[in-house]
Structure formats: C-alpha cells, structure tokens
Design a protein around this ligand. Structure first.
Ligand code: M6R
Length: 608
C-alpha cells in the first residue's frame, strides 16, 4: 500500500523524508519518489524498486530545501514504473503525493484532456494535480483549490501538496485513507503512519475524514469537511505502544487481543468508501480476474486455514460459486483437480509458511490467478502471487495468532464482496455488509469488556485435561480456532466438532471432566444446537456457552452463559472469536504456561 511522508522545516528535509519512507517500507511498494522545493523550483526524483534506489539517486543529485513530499507507490492504476511513481506534477509548479484510489478518475481525466491537460502517467493521482492547477488558474488560492478539487473526487485518499508560489506551506487532506500530522518544534510533518515520523517527533494530530490541513513550520490550521476551522487534539505517542514492546500488558498475546479494534480500522482503511468496497485495493488487474472466476480454492495452515473455512461459507452463500478449502500440507502432495478458471487464494500471516508457499508454487500455472491475503507485504507469498491484499495487523509477536486471524476474516469478507459484485451480489447487500464492517472497531472495543467475566470462567478449566468445542455453520470454524488456541497455549487437549456430529461419536467422551464450549449461532440452527447442548447436560457435561444478546439461552446449574453485545449477524465469526481468545489466554495464565512462546511451536513455520 502506498505511503506518504511530507515535511516543512527550517532545515533540509530530504533526509527526514527518506528515513520516513524507509519506515513505511513494511506497507509494501514498488517505487519511491520525492519532490523538494528549493529557491522557487520543485526538484523531483523518482525510482522504481527500493527506497535505497531513491536514496542512492539523492546522493548523486542532492535535493536541498526545507519543504518536501515523498511517497512509496504500490501500483493500482498503471504498472510499476518511474513515470507512474509519485510525486505527480502539473507543470513545473505543483507536486502531489496520494495514497488511496480516485474511483472517478477516468471521466475527470477525459474532462481535463479536453481542456488541454497532457497526462504523463497512467495513474489516477495525476488527475488531482491537474484539477488543482485548473482551480489555481481560476484564481483560487491553494487551500480553496484543494477544497474544490476534493469536492470532485470519489473514493478514498490522503494527499500531500506543495506549490512554488506558497514556499512556506504544505497542504494535506484525507478521506478514508490514513494520514497523521507530526507536530514538531518549528517544523511539522505528515505521514501515512506515525511510525514514519518517530525520529523527528512524538506528538501527533489525527485528521478526521474530510479534513484539510495547512502546515507551516510553526503553525498548523485544520478545516473540517464543512470548511469550518477545526481543533484536532495533539497526543503524545507512548514509546510503549511500539509494536515490539508489551507496554502495560503482561503478554504479547493479550496486547495483540486488545489491539484488535485498531487493527479492524487498519484493515478497512482505504478499502471502503461511501458505503461500498474499493475493488482497486486488490490491484489493477483484480476486476478482470474476479469477472472470470468460476470457483475459489483456498489453501492455508493452522489459524489461517480456519479463516479460509469461514470464507467458504461466505463465498458460497453471497457469491454463489463453489469454494474449496484445504490445508496446504495435504494439498501440495496430492494430484489436485483444478478447473482453469479457479482463483487460488492463499492465506498466511507470515507469508513464509513452507507448505502454503509450496502449494502456491505447485498449481500457480494451472489456475486463472492467485491471490494472497497476508500480513507481511514483502513476503514470498505476496511476491509470488498475482494479486494481494494486506491485512495491516502490524507485527504479531505472540505465537498464538489472534489479531492476524480477525484481520484475515475482514480481508476475506472484503474479498467476498469484491467477488460477489462481479457475480450478482446486489448493491443493497454490499452496502449492508460494508455498513456492518464499519461497526467492527467499536464492536470489538465493547467485546473487550467481557474480559472480566471470561477470566472468572477460565477458573473452571485450570484442572481439566480435555475440552470439546461445538459450533454450527459459519461458527464451526470459529469453534475450531477456539480449540486450537486453547490447546496451543494451555496444553489442554481440545477438539472442535460441528454440533450435529456430537452424537456420531464424541458424545461418548462427555462426562463431568469434559467441559464443552459452544458458540451459539444466530440463524435457524439455534434450536438444533440447544438440542445438542441438552445431550451434553444429560451426560453430566458442564457447558460454557457464548451467545448473541438476543438468544434465549439462560444460565443454570452446569450451564454458564456469556452474552455478546448486539451486533450484525454477519460479523458473528469475528465477534465470537475474541471471547474464545480471551478464554484460552486466561486458562494458560492460570496454568502458568509460556503464553507467548508455547513449547514446541514457532511463529513462522518455514520448514515442512
Ligand atoms: O503464517 P501463517 O498464517 O501461514 O501460519 C500458519 C500457522 O502456522 C499458524 O496460523 C498457526 O497455526 C498459529 N500460530 C496458531 O495460533
């Protein structure tokens, strides 16, 4: 994903911009560029490939000056090339960097071309540069020109703008894509992620959607979407928030569970706008691929496999095309039959899992296209796939996957919507699904309030050696993920079953020593699940039920119930996951195991 850095200072800014770009490398990119204003001239350098190539070019051709913008580009409109790299200019006087997608760039481009503007790139961004220039030619100042330009743009974006006639001002705006202002002493900055600016400041101002800000070296002015002057609080970054530190948390796993509201925001940012999905977030070629797909084959391991299992329910229900899911270690070693018009979807937190990579390599020449959903931008899986979607969860240190799983589910829901749109999913349904996704950050925050009751519940497990997880339908894979979490960090043997399978075998295991954890579905399956739960109670099994707020399951002797807050049913797999993560965490703490580095396990399984 693209990254933006900008600076206005009394000192040369090229070094600050380069370091900022290096710190944004984790977002993934294919080219980098920078424009710095010096004595009435904007000097621009752009290079394909790594930030280091841009740094080398700066060595050869230094860019002096105290006002500049820089960018790492992840191609969406037009191939990775120097011409398509940012910053983009209109004439010699104005430079723009952009993160996000301008959905209506084609009609705007035609309009501008008819008025004589010549485009030198294939990007959507160049439209912004020329629109701004047209407004300036019409007599507006830079801020008014930016406001008028924003009014013409559809999509999600963050922008940085400089102009030779305003050598002491850096303009910025955001709608749907991340952008933060770094507040310095006698110097100010912008970036896509505060991490880019930590070498120069620890004070940050977060813009709201639709805000425009004008930065001078010693002053920042913000206007809201209605054009009113707005106050935005300045907050100080606590170094303990650094992702490689536990901060106030006892374990990385707990920290990562608590990060999930923010992670939900990160995975959605730049992918949805005005109630619909931005398909270009999957890359320029995605639309054509999604049009032709006739079935999906998902391949993954462990937790990522469980995310794939959830997606199977979504894809078959909402897209109406077949979806197969298989663990990579099996898939790679058998003669699989894959119709040519298959989309191979690999899922991996690390992007380096040996079995998943081998599965990709084994069949990539036999399918329509490959799509990787991954948390590590430069990873092998991403590099070797045709399309990719980053989960943006940030580094996950705990071996037990938590935020990586829920962010994969969100990415998979976005993928399902993208596929569905090409296969008859109605606009209303898309709007409904996107509206539900928008509730996720707040909802997960509410779910964290269940931590206390779940910690109390965990005491029932401390002396147990086995546990059974039950789920139905889309919550069956969630039950599988709950069982995996419990076994890997507490070393309690745990198995998950679709609840309907209970009487086909596992019921024989149920007695008072076998706690049964059920995630209760909110579709027509509830009554069936209740019948299964009766079967457990009748054998003396103790039940632990996670239920929706409106479900008529009451606590009674031997039946413990935790109700989740009200939420759209489509979010159930994401929402029901969080309490199960907390349950395993607290059980592991009670048992005194090494929560973050459980015995025998590695974070990234790069060998067979
Ligand atoms: O990096 P990946 O998502 O490809 O890893 C796959 C599994 O090794 C991983 O999900 C593992 O099951 C988790 N650490 C379990 O919490």
């Amino acid at each position: 994903m693209c990254g933006i850095v900008g600076a206005i200072a009394a000192r040369p800014v090229a070094g600050i911009l380069l370091e900022g770009l290096r710190r944004l490398e984790y977002r993934g990119y294919d080219s980098a560029g920078m424009a710095v204003l010096d004595q009435g001239t904007i000097n621009r350098l752009r290079r394909i490939g790594k930030v280091q190539a841009l740094a080398d070019a700066c060595e050869q051709q230094p860019l002096p000056g105290g006002l500049g913008i820089a960018h790492t580009r992840w191609a969406t409109h037009g191939k990775p090339s120097e011409q398509n790299a940012h910053p983009h200019m209109s004439g010699e006087g104005l430079a723009v960097v952009h993160n996000g997608i301008i959905e209506n760039f084609e009609p705007l481009k035609q309009e501008l071309q008819q008025q004589g503007y010549v485009f030198t790139s294939e990007t959507d961004t160049e439209v912004v540069a020329h629109l701004l220039d047209r407004e300036l030619q019409g007599g507006f100042d830079l801020r008014a020109a930016l406001r008028n330009t924003l009014a013409r743009l559809a999509g999600a974006f963050a922008l940085g703008v400089i102009h030779v006639d305003q050598p002491h001002q850096l303009l910025t705006a955001r709608k749907g894509s991340p952008l933060v202002i770094g507040v310095g002493i006698g110097e100010n900055f912008i970036a896509s992620d505060q991490l880019a600016l930590l070498p120069v400041t620890d004070r940050f101002m977060y813009l709201e959607d639709g805000d425009i800000a004008l930065l001078e070296a010693d002053h920042i002015q913000v206007w809201d979407a209605q054009g009113q002057v707005a106050e935005r609080a300045v907050t100080t970054f606590e170094r303990s928030q650094g992702s490689a530190e536990k901060g106030e948390f006892r374990h990385f796993m707990l920290k990562e569970i608590y990060e999930q509201p923010r992670v939900m925001q990160a995975v959605l940012e730049g992918r949805i706008a005005s109630g619909h999905l931005l398909e270009q977030a999957f890359g320029a070629a995605a639309g054509a691929v999604f049009d032709q797909v006739k079935q999906v084959q998902i391949v993954a391991c462990g937790t990522s496999f469980h995310a794939g299992m959830v997606a199977k329910y979504w894809i078959e229900e909402w897209v109406g095309i077949p979806c197969m899911v298989e663990v990579a270690s099996e898939f790679r070693y058998r003669p699989v039959v894959l119709p040519r018009d298959t989309l191979l979807l690999t899922l991996s937190q690390s992007g380096e899992t040996a079995d998943t990579l081998a599965a990709l390599r084994a069949v990539q020449d036999r399918v329509l296209a490959t799509l990787a959903i991954c948390n590590v931008p430069g990873s092998s899986l991403v590099r070797e796939s045709d399309l990719s979607l980053m989960t943006n969860a940030g580094p996950e240190i705990g071996v037990a996957s938590t935020k990586a799983f829920t962010s994969q589910l969100v990415a998979l829901m976005l993928t399902t919507i993208a596929l569905g749109r090409r296969h008859g999913l109605s606009g209303e349904r898309e709007t409904e699904l996107v509206a539900a996704l928008e509730q996720l950050p707040g909802l997960l925050q509410q779910l964290l309030a269940l931590d206390g009751p779940i910690e109390e519940m965990s005491a029932h497990f401390a002396e147990k050696h086995h546990a059974l997880f039950l789920g139905r339908n889309v919550l069956y894979p969630v039950a599988m993920e709950g069982a995996l979490k419990l076994k890997e960090i507490s070393y309690i043997h745990a198995e998950a079953y679709p609840a309907g399978e209970l009487k086909h075998g596992p019921l024989a295991l149920v007695d008072k020593e076998m706690p049964v954890i059920a995630v209760a579905p909110r579709n027509g399956m509830l009554d069936k699940l209740k019948a299964n739960l009766q079967e457990v109670r009748a054998r003396g099994g103790e039940l632990f039920v996670f239920a929706g707020c409106d479900q008529s399951i009451q606590a009674q002797e031997g039946v413990h119930v935790i109700h989740l807050p009200a939420l759209p049913a489509v979010l159930d797999p994401i929402a029901f996951t969080l309490p199960l993560q907390l349950l395993s965490y607290h059980v592991a703490v009670l048992k005194g195991t090494d929560v973050d580095q459980p015995r025998n396990l590695a974070k990234s399984v790069t060998v067979e």
